[in-house]
Design a binder for this molecule. Structure first.
Ligand SMILES: NC(=O)c1ccc[n+]([C@@H]2O[C@H](COP(=O)([O-])OP(=O)(O)OC[C@H]3O[C@@H](n4cnc5c(N)ncnc54)[C@H](O)[C@@H]3O)[C@@H](O)[C@H]2O)c1
Ligand SMILES: O=c1ccn([C@@H]2O[C@H](COP(=O)(O)OP(=O)(O)O[C@H]3O[C@H](CO)[C@@H](O)[C@H](O)[C@H]3O)[C@@H](O)[C@H]2O)c(=O)[nH]1
Length: 469
């Protein structure tokens, strides 16, 4: 297999953009072109003032160094495909909204369209790499489509190379990954393709961290990794409910449990519920796969992780209502944070959306502040979450502010929905002075110094801690 000189990445989203920008940075000898059908997104990647389409610490520096040198963004998908020796398919794979498997199965339409495009326009052989998270054996469907639709002189070798970056830490994760996983067929051609991709990563990733496995194991490992991470959060969140009922403290329990080296301390932070575009989608995908394989007990096991997450979100919003004397109708609730986690502007499946939807069902007024999420995104998320409320009504009941202090003014309660550090550092004395009394704080992220707030006069409820009103 000759060395790879030109890479094309189909999909300039949260994964394709940062991943291939880092490949370009670390491999100046390779030309990397990231293509997308979304003109607005590509324009943003190319913008002169580096107003990139996604917020990710460190990303701008990477793009500044590589763009125009060996990193290019374009909507010319066909040209990108034709020129490349290796193509990453990094398109979205959302949960299906209708048809067979609706609500569970991954919608593979974008993967299929991208694959068909590769087959339709290619004039030479290529390595095609599944970067998107896909159900087990998707590579086989891709190979069938490519072989059935391309000229005889073109050969396609399919690899699976799932991405494990987390939003907010994507650049660090890409610079120093725990592991890079490459799945290939056991054939000589499959192994040669695997070697070619390994050589690219070996430009900056230590070889012992580049794991090579079979295609199907690689595809399944991605779903398994996310399912097991989410399972830890649901486990700790289930325990947080017991803590609240007994007076135990979930951060102490997590600390004690995590000190066992067999368990480890990561991903044991109780919260108002996990969000993000991946965990729920990928577990539902695993549930669907298990059902299709006639493994209902396995499906139910994983489904419970998502159900526990739903329970945690509902339990939290109910706690707000219960604590505010069983009604929040007409009351002002400040929601601090709208992103699904700190250090990202991404709101997909954010717990904040569920909270605001629940508060709307109780006819409360909601004041939202998030340092990164753009206002149009908030309106679009809330319109989708509250389909029975017209946008004009929603905009009377929900206000978006440009600072936490403003959002908290005249509020009866403040809810911490995202763990942005700046919420810890705001002047809580000023917040208290400007709020209605009694002034309530609900910390859904175990972020604030609860004792300090209580000394100021707040009534504080922290997820996973027994009541100390
Ligand atoms: N977001 C994450 O943190 C993350 C991490 C690991 C893996 N993943 C997986 O990576 C994949 C991509 O996720 P994402 O968050 O980057 O999605 P995204 O929605 O941000 O980006 C996908 C992009 O693909 C483009 N696209 C779709 N079809 C296309 C086509 N035929 N031709 C050209 N462009 C096309 C879309 O316009 C979009 O810009 C998903 O399978 C996801 O599960 C995501
Ligand atoms: O102890 C924890 C850790 C995380 N979370 C929440 O879990 C969600 C997901 O967080 P995180 O995993 O850090 O972010 P993602 O960007 O969704 O990354 C996950 O999903 C990606 C997409 O598949 C994978 O590549 C990553 O490895 C995997 O961590 C967020 O709402 C977090 O607030 C908790 O509530 N408690």
């Amino acid at each position: 297999m000759p060395a790879v000189n030109k890479i094309c990445c189909i999909g300039a989203g949260y994964v394709g953009g940062p991943t291939c920008a880092v490949i370009a940075l670390k491999c100046p000898h390779i030309q990397v072109t990231i293509v997308d059908i979304n003109q607005t997104r590509i324009d943003a990647w190319n913008s002169e003032d580096y107003k990139l389409p996604i917020y990710e610490p460190g990303l701008e520096g990477v793009v500044r160094e590589a763009r125009g040198r060996n990193l290019f963004f374009s909507t010319d998908v066909d040209k990108g495909i034709q020129e490349a020796d290796l193509i990453f398919v990094s398109v979205n794979t959302p949960t299906k909204k209708s048809g067979v498997g609706a609500g569970f199965a991954a919608d593979l339409n974008y993967v299929e369209l991208a694959t068909r495009r590769i087959a339709a326009v290619s004039h030479s052989s290529k390595i095609v790499v599944e970067k998107s998270t896909v159900p087990c054996r998707t590579a086989e469907s891709m190979r069938t489509i490519l072989e059935a639709n391309s000229p005889a002189e073109c050969r396609f070798d399919i690899l699976s190379n799932p991405e494990f970056l987390a939003e907010g830490t994507a650049i660090n994760d890409l610079f120093a990954p725990d592991r890079v996983l490459v799945g290939s067929l056991e054939t000589p051609e499959g192994k040669a393709a695997c070697d070619a991709l390994t050589e690219i990563y070996a430009n900056w990733v230590p070889r012992e961290r580049i794991l090579t496995v079979g295609l199907w194991s690689s595809e399944l490992s991605k779903l398994a990794a996310n399912a097991m991470l989410a399972q830890r959060i649901s486990s700790i969140n289930a325990l947080s409910a017991i803590c609240e009922a007994t007076g135990a403290c979930i951060d102490e329990v997590a600390y004690a449990v995590g000190k066992d080296s067999r368990v480890g301390p990561s991903f044991l932070r109780a919260s108002v519920g996990f969000g993000g575009s991946c965990f729920q989608k990928d577990i539902l995908n695993l549930v669907y796969l298990s059902e299709c394989l006639h493994l209902p007990e396995v499906a139910n096991y994983w489904r419970q992780v998502v159900l526990m997450n739903e329970y945690q979100k509902t339990r939290f919003s109910k706690k707000v209502v219960d604590t505010l004397f069983n009604t929040i109708t007409g009351k002002n609730i400040a929601v601090l944070g709208f992103a699904f986690k700190a250090d990202t502007g991404d709101t997909r499946e954010s717990a904040a959306i569920s909270l605001v939807r629940d508060f709307q069902a109780e006819n409360a007024n909601v004041n939202i502040y998030d340092p990164q999420v753009v206002h149009e995104q908030i309106w679009s998320d809330l319109s989708e979450a509250c389909p029975t409320i017209p946008l004009t009504t929603l905009q009377k009941r929900v206000k978006i502010f440009s600072s936490a202090l403003e959002a908290c003014k005249n509020a009866e309660a403040v809810v911490i929905a995202t763990e942005w550090r700046e919420f810890r550092d705001i002047d809580w004395n000023v917040v208290y002075l400007n709020m209605k009394k009694p002034a309530f704080v609900f910390d859904g992220r175990i972020l604030l110094d609860a004792d300090k707030l209580r000394n100021i006069g707040f009534k504080v409820t922290v997820i996973g801690r027994g009541e100390k009103l």
